[in-house]
Design a binder for this molecule. Structure first.
Ligand code: MG
Length: 245
């Protein structure tokens, strides 16, 4: 299927005539930063130490949830009850402590170039992340200087219900003053893809982790690229399709 076919499929499903693209909503971990291997290590270690069965693949399958949601979901599935607030606080702190011992997470290859291209074609880049790291804004500004307006960054601090609920993406649309047909989503994780799709947007997945493409397609991704660099390389062709469609 061509980009045009995928676009037509999406438009038909949503009952839209065409996209009128004004914004691109980026997930952060695994899209803008090559941080998921570190998150996978830290979460699987902390959860396993606390008595959960939680592999690195489980971390990728839960990616996009807030820390509290990740712990609660595992607790419900494995112990049949939600985690206590004390347990959530302790595990989130332990995970952050381990994460802080790792080297700084590098920018994802192709991410800077991609965001620059987005800006150059007159679109507004935004970030929608389930992360709640206190240093997140500094990290974004130092790796993507001048590219993201602070108001255009939605984090776990801003919503009650994180991904896979559409709430974070809907809040981003609201903050930017955009409608679903005026924005597209770039995600790497199945739950993130679900959130973008549930918010009604054309959702592109860059499969930067160990999961099979099938998982992202089943989550509803309209297109899947093997990397952020590959998406970046195809950007001009994609935009030409969107503007025609
Ligand atoms: Mg991600």
């Amino acid at each position: 299927m061509t980009y045009n076919d995928k676009l037509k499929q999406y438009l038909q499903l949503q009952g839209f005539e065409a996209l009128q693209l004004r914004a691109v909503l980026f997930d952060m971990d695994g899209v803008l930063f090559d941080s998921m291997p570190f998150h996978a290590d830290a979460w699987s270690q902390v959860m396993t130490d606390a008595g959960f069965t939680f592999s690195k693949e489980d971390v990728y399958m839960n990616e996009g949830r807030t820390g509290a949601d990740t712990i609660n979901t595992a607790s419900m599935a494995q112990f049949g009850k939600p985690a206590t607030q004390e347990q959530i606080d302790a595990l989130c702190k332990a995970k952050c402590d381990i994460f802080a011992t790792y080297p700084p997470t590098p920018r994802m290859q192709g991410a800077l170039e991609l965001v620059q291209k987005v800006k150059e074609c007159g679109l507004t880049p935004m970030i929608v992340t389930g992360s709640g790291t206190p240093t997140l804004l500094n990290k974004i500004q130092s790796h993507f200087p001048g590219l993201f307006n602070e108001q255009h960054i939605v984090t776990s601090f801003n919503v009650k219900r994180g991904k896979p609920y559409p709430d974070p993406y809907l809040l981003a649309l609201e903050r930017g003053g955009f409608t679903p047909r005026e924005a597209i989503v770039v995600e790497n994780a199945p739950l993130g893809v679900k959130a973008g799709v549930a918010a009604g947007m054309f959702t592109i997945a860059a499969n930067t982790g160990p999961l099979n493409d099938k998982v992202l397609i089943e989550a509803g991704a309209n297109l899947v690229f093997p990397s952020v660099q590959a998406l970046c390389n195809e950007w001009d062709n994609l935009i030409a399709t969107f503007n025609r469609g």
